[in-house]
Design a protein around this ligand. Structure first.
Ligand code: 13P
Ligand code: SF4
Length: 315
């Protein structure tokens, strides 16, 4: 899969300008704020009021005072926004934009699994359903997973649903990490061979990968970082060339913020089709129809909010 297979239409600059104008008109009409994950296409990132990683967007949405939040990302992110800001109407920017990893465990399987570990704390990666968050002691993102696990008094941690992020945390803590076998198929497909080959081609490059990558890939990298942590690293590092092991959308911000440096994706297959379901047309349609409204039943939302608030309280 490459970006050009994802169905994002090619349009002229004049067409894009007309579409942007319509987005801004509707945004004013709805008193909306548009937030975008770092994996969105460049045209979507350009119309957003906030662009960030999962943690930054959760924090931003919790604090927003606007009537409507248009969330350009995938379903669990919009769900998190709706839980953290129950006053706002949250619209997901494209129908069916769903993270496949988030549904790898449901509340029934989590309940069954945790029964075997009565002394363990449940840490759920935000890439999970609201029902799973509601059963968790605390949530985490890729930016704070180690700090979240370290903040708990428990010695045993049940980590769901990403086994790769869980494994990465296990290399940074002395706690016993029990990992649920979920993963992101996009990050999990990056191989150690691809990293070694890219390193041979660019021996001077700094290699940054996402902690959703496999352990042997992380082992070969200079750092495993969330998407926004990669942006900060690229800005602060003296390196001029970077090899990037995460979804290709991040290249837009990396290049925008560091025009003098060069960035190469470790594999052309690092494209999340669900993230790419959003384009300017889908944002316009969503706002026009007020469609893809994301709501969470109150009973679940209140419990999930506790797990999210505990994470946000860590700062
Ligand atoms: P970040 O929180 O690092 O932005 O990652 C979110 C995600 O979905 C990774 O695949
Ligand atoms: Fe989910 Fe992976 Fe896409 Fe992130 S990149 S939204 S984890 S499928």
């Amino acid at each position: 899969m490459t970006l050009h297979d994802t169905g994002i239409p090619r349009r002229s600059e004049a067409e894009l300008a007309d579409l942007r104008e319509e987005v801004f008109r509707l945004k004013r009409e709805l008193h909306a704020v548009i937030v975008s994950h770092n994996y969105q296409g460049a045209e979507v990132q350009r119309i957003a009021d906030f662009v960030g990683d999962s943690l930054e967007l959760a924090l931003a949405c919790a604090r927003l005072k606007s009537e409507t939040i248009v969330f350009c990302g995938v379903d669990f992110m919009a769900e998190t926004a709706a839980i953290l800001n129950p006053e706002a109407t949250v619209l997901l920017s494209a129908a069916g934009a769903s993270c496949p990893m988030a549904v790898m465990i449901d509340d029934n399987s989590l309940n069954e699994w945790r029964a075997s570990y009565p002394h363990a704390a449940v840490v759920s990666y935000v890439n999970s359903t609201a029902a799973v968050k509601a059963l968790s002691d605390i949530c985490c993102t890729s930016a704070n997973a180690v700090a979240v696990v370290e903040s708990l008094p428990h010695d045993e941690i049940l980590f769901v649903p990403d086994r790769n992020l869980g494994h990465y945390v296990s290399t940074k803590t002395s706690k016993r990490m029990i990992l649920y076998p979920g993963c992101c198929s996009i990050h999990d497909r990056l191989t150690a061979e691809e990293v070694m080959q890219a390193r041979r081609q660019y021996p001077e490059a700094r290699v940054l990968v996402h902690p959703e990558c496999r352990p042997e890939v992380i082992e070969l990298a200079d750092a495993a970082l969330s998407t926004s942590q990669m942006l900060r690293d690229a800005g602060e590092s003296s390196a001029q060339t970077f090899l990037i092991g995460t979804e290709e959308g991040l290249l837009h911000q990396l290049r925008l913020q560091n025009p003098e440096k060069s960035f190469h994706l470790l594999s052309a297959s690092l494209v999340c089709v669900d993230m790419k379901k959003t384009n300017l047309e889908s944002v316009i349609e969503t706002m026009k129809q007020k469609s893809n409204r994301t709501t969470v039943p109150e009973e679940i939302a209140l419990k999930a909010k506790k797990a999210l608030d505990r994470m946000l309280a860590l700062g």
